[in-house]
Design a protein around this ligand. Structure first.
Ligand SMILES: NC(=O)c1ccc[n+]([C@@H]2O[C@H](COP(=O)([O-])OP(=O)(O)OC[C@H]3O[C@@H](n4cnc5c(N)ncnc54)[C@H](O)[C@@H]3O)[C@@H](O)[C@H]2O)c1
Length: 361
């Protein structure tokens, strides 16, 4: 018998009925969703579904009232369950998410939204046609650091964004079904699309990859993304690096921001330093020297609260359903990331050719 959170809790000052949810998939990532739904005041975890019943039971532990099942059909036929969170491999998202939407359930689906743009579009259209919430778990967008970066960029604190350099490398699990771009770059791309203001979106993508260990797919990947107004973004993802680096640098016309996600005491540093070009009425060599000037101002490290991003994700999902609004990272956001990934694969196949992305929003 599933436990019932029959009480109401406050979320953002408003009383909300906890959302009755099931988690589908209890492999590597599913247990994180399960733990966070269990701790979420506006969610009521009823069922965990995995093809491997022992896995589902093990995650829940012996002292639980949450049901475990191997049957997705059983979950979807349960009228008490209002929503599902899908943490199964990307190749299964289309079938599972469509079935859930058909059964009238709201869906939180892990990144990437689906295995292709065509599949992702089907999910977005199905959710819209049924007036159901479809949220894609772009976890990093819910970290305090990324939330602050977005605020700073949108408030114009960095000035016009000129360049972004994102590095996500470590000794990673070499996946059997996807390359390093599809495995790790969704994080960087979802962050990019979340923080960039309208008008700075990527126009195209060129991808380069290497498979020096003979894994059968790229283990090292580089994406170059020209942005509007002459700006550029670069993403480096790598499963083969013995040292772990998670750093994003965002250069603006006023300030440059460095986000080092592995430095909990100073994740964000904002430098009032950069290079300016000044107008000068001189010619030749003298002109070049006169035009370039260096700003050497202060560095500021804003205080950030610490908090688990996934708790924000599940709370945003439940709250969006209850408030009948689109979540912060909706199906469209998932689709935008898929468009870049698919174009990147195309570029990789052509040896790194720049592939245009077309209309962004
Ligand atoms: N947000 C993040 O930071 C993050 C991190 C890691 C993985 N992920 C995403 O989470 C998803 C799952 O990845 P994972 O590494 O946990 O995979 P996994 O292979 O470890 O686990 C998947 C689980 O789903 C179960 N499953 C598969 N098909 C099912 C079905 N039809 N019904 C019920 N259960 C089924 C499997 O038995 C398995 O236990 C992927 O989309 C991945 O990209 C997200």
């Amino acid at each position: 018998m599933a436990r019932t959170k029959s009480w109401r809790r406050r979320a953002g000052g408003v009383e909300l009925e906890p959302l009755r949810v099931a988690v589908i998939g209890a492999g590597y990532w599913g247990p994180n969703l399960i733990r966070n739904f269990e701790a979420c005041p506006v969610a009521d975890l009823r069922t965990v579904c995995d093809l491997d019943i022992e896995r589902a039971r093990r995650v829940l532990g012996r002292h639980t009232t949450v049901a475990a099942t191997t049957s997705l059909d059983e979950v979807l036929a349960d009228d008490e369950i209002e929503a599902v969170a899908v943490a199964t491999p990307a190749r299964t998202h289309l079938e599972i998410v469509l079935a859930a939407l058909d059964a009238g359930k709201h869906v939180l689906v892990e990144k990437p939204l689906a295995a292709s743009v065509a599949e992702g579009r089907k999910l977005v259209e199905a959710a819209a046609a049924r007036d159901l919430v479809l949220m894609c778990d772009h976890t990093y967008c819910f970290t305090p650091a990324v939330a602050r970066i977005r605020e700073l960029v949108h408030a114009g604190e960095l000035g016009e964004i000129q360049w972004v350099d994102s590095v996500r490398i470590n000794l990673g699990l070499v996946q059997t079904d996807v390359d390093v771009l599809w495995d790790l770059a969704p994080h960087d791309l979802s962050i990019l699309e979340f923080i960039l203001p309208e008008g700075r979106e990527p126009l195209a993508v060129a991808a380069h990859g290497a498979d020096p260990i003979g894994a059968g797919r790229s283990c090292v990947g580089y994406l170059t993304l020209p942005l509007r107004h002459g700006a550029i973004a670069h993403v480096h993802v790598n499963w083969l690096s013995p040292t772990k680096i998670r750093t994003t640098v965002i250069g603006g016309s006023k300030r440059t921001l460095v986000w080092d996600d592995l430095n909990p005491t100073q994740r964000i540093s904002i430098y009032d330093r950069g290079v300016d070009l000044t107008e000068a009425n001189v010619t030749g060599e003298l002109r070049r020297e006169a035009l370039v000037s260096y700003r050497m101002g202060d560095m500021l490290a804003p205080a950030l609260h610490e908090g688990e991003a996934l708790q924000q994700v599940v709370t945003e999902f439940a709250t969006a359903v209850r408030e009948g609004r689109a979540p912060l990272t909706d199906g469209q956001a998932g689709l935008r990331v898929l468009r870049i990934l698919e174009a990147a694969s195309e570029s990789l196949g052509w040896g790194g050719t720049m592939v245009p992305l077309g209309a962004w929003k």
